[in-house]
Design a protein around this ligand. Structure first.
Ligand SMILES: NC(=O)c1ccc[n+]([C@@H]2O[C@H](COP(=O)([O-])OP(=O)(O)OC[C@H]3O[C@@H](n4cnc5c(N)ncnc54)[C@H](O)[C@@H]3O)[C@@H](O)[C@H]2O)c1
Length: 251
């Protein structure tokens, strides 16, 4: 049976941990060759080992998504090894639990630089390498916090709102190259980003808020949505947003 992203070449940013790691693993299980990128070298190499242990194909490039020079190196590596890019998952992201009055200029700038500028640079950098792809797809990881307000995450919310609307602008502008661009909006997911709060019962209750399913998701539950948007199964979706939040924003 043909796998869902058979023979596709996928780049996953922030692939050293959390959801980036499971995006890489699920894409590889479904037949993609994956280029894992991250600032964390050890974690990135570990993801490659995990993919290879299951018989998949992966390589690692050290990468700060807020640097255009670093993006050039990622694209050059991928084209040198695989000839093109079919899928880009702009997953790398950072969070600071700070309310608007607590957010100083440095926190604002760094969060916007990684989450918003990093996604912008990625969408732009891959265009030439996607021209040789039959069905190129960019998947931008936003958040349910791009859609609703939440306490103590002002810069993060703004950055993920930027990813949400940038996705729609990119869908319009990159259509001329046949590139589809969609966003994924996770709710509360059990990763390093949320582990400390989820470990505390009161913190967990506050973070889970109105989540209908009453629990945090495992990272793989978001990666399933990423594989769908990366694959040709989502061929009529572009500029769209897929909410994976256990029903948090439904009530
Ligand atoms: N965990 C959640 O509940 C949740 C919810 C909604 C959205 N998200 C988003 O999902 C994505 C993945 O989150 P996660 O929970 O797996 O986080 P994580 O902290 O477990 O992993 C993030 C990865 O990004 C890497 N990274 C950080 N800055 C980078 C940079 N400048 N360049 C390259 N890599 C960098 C880190 O080294 C790390 O490996 C992020 O964009 C996050 O904002 C997470």
């Amino acid at each position: 049976m043909t796998k869902r992203v058979e023979n596709k070449i996928a780049v996953v940013t922030g692939g050293a941990a959390g959801m980036g790691r499971t995006h890489a693993q699920l894409l590889a299980r479904e037949g993609a060759a994956v280029v894992v990128t991250d600032i964390d070298i050890d974690g990135g190499r570990r993801t490659v080992e995990l993919v290879e242990a299951e018989g998949g194909t992966a390589s690692f490039v050290q990468h700060d998504v807020s640097s255009s020079e670093n993006w050039k190196a990622v694209v050059d590596h991928t084209v040198a090894h695989h000839g093109r890019i079919d899928v880009l998952v702009n997953n790398a992201g950072i969070l600071a639990f700070k309310s608007l009055p607590e957010t100083d200029d440095d926190v604002w700038d760094r969060i916007l630089e990684v989450n918003a500028k990093g996604t912008f640079l990625g969408c732009k950098a891959v265009i030439p390498a996607m021209k040789n792809s039959k069905a190129p797809s960019i998947v931008n990881i936003s958040s349910m916090y791009a859609i609703i307000g939440a306490p103590n995450a002002a810069a993060y919310e703004a950055s993920k709102g930027a990813v949400r609307s940038l996705t729609k602008a990119a869908a319009v502008d990159l259509q001329q190259y046949g590139i589809r661009v969609n966003s994924v909006h996770p709710g509360v997911i059990a990763t390093a980003m949320t582990n400390d709060i989820l470990a505390d019962p009161e913190g967990a209750r506050a973070l889970l808020g109105t989540t209908i399913l009453g629990r945090a998701a495992q990272p793989e539950e978001v990666s399933a949505a990423v594989v769908f948007l990366a694959s040709d199964e989502s061929s009529f979706m572009t500029g769209s947003e897929l909410v994976v939040d256990g029903g948090y924003i439904a009530q």
